[in-house]
Design a protein around this ligand. Structure first.
Ligand code: PBG
Length: 327
């Protein structure tokens, strides 16, 4: 027996053509940025234990590898260095060495592939012996203004080396404005700032800290500068401040646990919104996939689509190369 129904939402789901014609959100490789780990201490790629399928690349092989990724459709890369522990200091001085690996790699990638977007992370944690994102004061707290001064100097070195976009990931107050003015004064008027505006003090960063060897892999508490995951209003204030200070792109991080913040940002700002699907988001899906509990690729695409649906224009994700041929 059939009832007479005016509305049958299933009509639009009857066949694949109708379903694809009525798709509201679709993911494209153009939306994705691949974070890459590099090191000058290794001579062959080294898999990161807590991120199966993600490697740390020797500088000597990175240009060939980037070429392969470009062929797969990836157009933007965010570079993270793993620094030799012997070069780490309390104040992270290695980040002001113009010949440090992060600058060297930008020069070689950009001289081969000028068309791609290269994103340089600005933060001291790869360079400090204690693993914090800044220099410490006498009480062991991260000193905001001294840290901002170093980041501003590093921003000019990064732009000189060829980074197109600089991404301060440290959560110091006022750094976007100071970096913007340093870049302008030094002639880097085209260098964009993608600020990690609402960066939460998340437990999902663990595998990344293993990857860069931060704080010798000891647990570290960054709640003195990163946002509490409990605080939505405070996150909106951080977004507002970075927008006012001149950020070109606002980022929210992690991504899937903070879809509400992404959605808010999309609706309140006219500039592009980025989201970072972080290492722990990658590892949880990948681990379940390796156990045969989930279809990792499908879950990755579902997660990325949710992040886009919430309002992200671009997404940093370790899955970029893995899903490139399926989206
Ligand atoms: C630190 C930084 C972190 C990430 C990017 N930049 C970790 C942290 O704040 O400790 C995390 C990325 C990830 O987990 O994938 N400057």
């Amino acid at each position: 027996m059939s009832v007479e129904l005016r509305y049958r939402p299933r009509r639009l789901r009857d066949n694949e053509t109708l379903r694809s014609m009525t798709l509201e959100t679709s993911l494209s490789i153009k939306d994705l940025v691949l974070p890459i780990f590099i090191s000058d201490e290794i001579s062959s790629p080294k898999e990161i234990e807590s991120m199966p399928g993600v490697f740390c690349w020797p500088v000597s092989q990175i240009v060939d590898q980037v070429e392969k990724w470009i062929i797969s459709g990836i157009r933007a890369f965010a570079v993270f260095p793993k620094i030799d522990p012997a070069k780490k200091t309390e104040t992270g001085d290695e980040c002001l060495n113009p010949n440090s690996v992060v600058y060297e790699v930008a020069r070689s990638i950009k001289s081969n592939f000028s068309q791609i977007s290269l994103i340089g992370d600005l933060a001291l944690d790869p360079y400090t012996s204690h693993g914090h994102d800044g220099v410490l004061d006498k009480d062991g707290r991260v000193d905001n203004d001294r840290t901002v001064e170093i980041l501003a100097k590093a921003s000019v070195l990064a732009a000189d080396a060829g980074y197109d976009v600089l991404a301060p990931s440290d959560m110091m107050d006022g750094r976007v404005g100071v970096i913007r003015s340093h870049l302008e004064k030094n002639g880097h008027i085209k260098t964009c700032i993608m600020s990690y505006a609402a960066k939460f003090c998340s437990s999902y960063y663990g595998p990344f800290r293993d990857a860069i060897g931060a704080s010798n892999n000891m647990p570290i508490d960054k709640s003195g500068y990163q946002l509490s995951p409990n605080n939505f209003r405070e996150a909106t204030r951080e977004l507002e401040l970075d927008f006012e200070e001149g950020a070109d792109i606002l980022m929210i991080k992690p991504a899937e646990p903070f879809l509400d913040v992404i959605h808010y940002a999309r609706n309140h700002f006219t500039i592009p919104i980025a989201a970072y699907q972080v290492s722990g988001e990658y590892s949880r899906i990948t681990a379940a996939g390796l156990n045969g509990w989930l279809d990792a690729e499908k879950c990755a695409i579902e997660s990325l689509t949710s992040i886009k649906r919430a309002g992200a224009d671009l997404i940093l994700t370790y899955f970029a190369d893995k899903v490139a041929s399926s989206i």
